[in-house]
Ligand binder design. Structure first.
Ligand code: 4AD
Ligand code: MG
Length: 457
């Protein structure tokens, strides 16, 4: 069906011309001699006004039903009421898909909670239409950022035989039927699809490192899976994970890459999605555009973990969780640091080695690792990364301390045997970045079908 994007008509590329547009009815208004339809095809936040002359078109009632899919032929003219706008005087209208009155999106504004119960339809609201356009622009900007800098895009496997972080939060992958009669674990896994225990990857990092040890600069971008039962506004069981890995990079290089990347993609969204950002600012986060502007224009803070612990000790706040040196920072601590102390993005660096992953580079102090988390106001941690331990002996020692099976990591260990070098990278929680940029306060509202503990649709 040859038709023109509504966004191009609104951009006045077709003034005076006869056009065909297709879309869904978002609003309709009837009067004695004429009726109006607001048509949206998903290419812009703004709707296109269609003017229906009843004398010429006859009974137009079928064209005025919320949610109906229409094909409209007509002439693009200057809008009569909206100054500087355009509208289409319809000469012919075809109903492509009827929409009965039980269509759930009749009202102008629904609660976010209600909209979560209709994931199959909620994209047809202004809010979700805007979220998903921004999400797409952000993904495109990330690819462009890395491609422009000579990074290779690597697809790492989703089914894995090892748990990247060495933590027990992996979903298992099996084809065994219900009540498979095995008496021991070894037998059970030996008879499963892969002949061994398999799971969904929590991160592409380990394979990413293998690629970086040949390609130099790589990034992965795909789903990661976490079976942790965190029922919070920022945890998903399936999230989108962008992970660059760079050979010959040390922690300051990793930090610089992360900061440059965040600024690049935010600047890009500000240029490409001004209407969406204005919308989010009006409905979801006051001051959103100033916030984004400040991010692009100012340096992020860098804070040593040990100094963060000092700040928490001095804080005039009752924290729920302990915050002595050696404790992991909880959301309340992260938010205090980034929102109350700095009010901008903060890289926390040099965490105690006991609370971080085995692969992180051990610092000379013997206590900390060259790791960093990027914390941002409103969301908390959006990036976790580090320089990697390049020394074979130190890596093996860290694995032994954690009781990790060396055989399961033999491919990874080979990297330290054959041409090991300093390298590092990070993981960006893409869905959390979308939250941060749009002002959405619940991660369930930035994905088509969010997967969270106890919820799968
Ligand atoms: O901090 P994480 O666990 O780090 C890694 O997985 C490293 N292997 C990354 C690397 O160095 N290549 O995860 C990285 C980011 C977090 O900062 C967070 O933004 C996001 O992934 N993330 C989640 N997002 C949504 N739901 C979850 N359950 C998430 N878990 C992590
Ligand atoms: Mg982390």
């Amino acid at each position: 069906m040859k038709h023109i994007d509504i966004k191009d008509i609104l951009a006045k590329q077709y003034n005076g011309q006869q056009v065909t547009v297709c879309g869904w009815v978002r609003a309709a208004r009837d009067s004695k001699t004429i009726a109006f339809v607001s048509l949206n095809d998903g290419t812009s936040l703004e709707h296109l006004q269609i003017v229906l002359d009843k004398a010429a078109l006859g009974d137009v009632s079928d064209y005025l039903r919320m949610g109906a899919a229409l094909k409209v032929e007509g002439q693009v003219v200057d809008a009569v009421v909206k100054e500087g706008g355009v509208e289409v005087n319809a000469t012919q209208v075809t109903v492509l898909g009827e929409c009965p009155p039980e269509y759930p999106l009749q009202k102008k504004r629904h609660t976010m909670e209600y909209l979560r119960t209709i994931p199959q339809l909620r994209l047809r609201t202004n809010t979700f239409n805007a979220v998903f356009r921004v999400r797409s622009v952000l993904a495109g900007a990330l690819h462009r950022f890395f491609q422009e800098r000579g990074f290779s895009y690597i697809h790492t496997p989703l089914i894995t035989g090892s748990d990247c972080e060495g933590a027990g939060e992996m979903f298992r992958v099996t084809t065994h039927p219900f009540a498979t009669p095995y008496t021991n674990e070894e037998d059970y896994y030996a008879n499963d699809f892969f002949g061994k225990k398999a799971g969904l990857s929590v991160s592409g990092q380990l394979e990413g490192e293998m690629a970086a040890m040949a390609m130099g600069k790589i990034y992965t971008f795909g789903p990661s899976f976490r079976a942790e039962k965190s029922n919070t506004p920022r945890h998903l069981a399936e999230f989108w994970h962008l992970e660059p890995e760079v050979a010959f990079a040390e922690l300051p290089d990793v930090i610089e890459l992360a900061e440059t990347m965040i600024k690049y993609v935010i600047k890009d969204v500000m240029e490409r999605c001004p209407a969406e950002l204005a919308f989010f600012e009006q409905h979801f986060e006051a001051g959103l555009r100033d916030k984004l502007n400040n991010i692009v224009q100012n340096d992020f803070a860098i804070l040593d973990y040990t100094d963060a612990i000092d700040l928490l000790a001095k804080a005039d706040v009752e924290f729920q969780y302990p915050h002595e040196w050696g404790c992991d920072l909880q959301t309340e601590h992260e938010r205090y640091i980034t929102e109350k102390v700095f009010n901008k993005p903060v890289f926390v660096i040099n965490y105690p080695k006991a609370i971080k992953s085995f692969y992180m580079k051990q610092n000379a102090d013997g206590k900390t690792v060259a790791a960093t988390d990027l914390l941002v106001p409103g969301v908390g941690e959006i990036i976790g990364g580090s320089e990697r331990e390049a020394d074979l002996g130190k890596l093996l020692a860290a694995m032994r301390e954690r009781n990790m099976p060396e055989e399961a990591y033999s491919d990874y260990i080979d990297l330290r045997r054959f041409g090991s070098c300093p390298h590092g990278g990070f993981g960006l929680g893409f869905d959390r970045l979308v939250m941060y940029v749009t002002g959405m306060s619940n991660i369930r509202d930035v994905l088509l079908f969010p997967r969270t503990v106890g919820s799968l649709r």
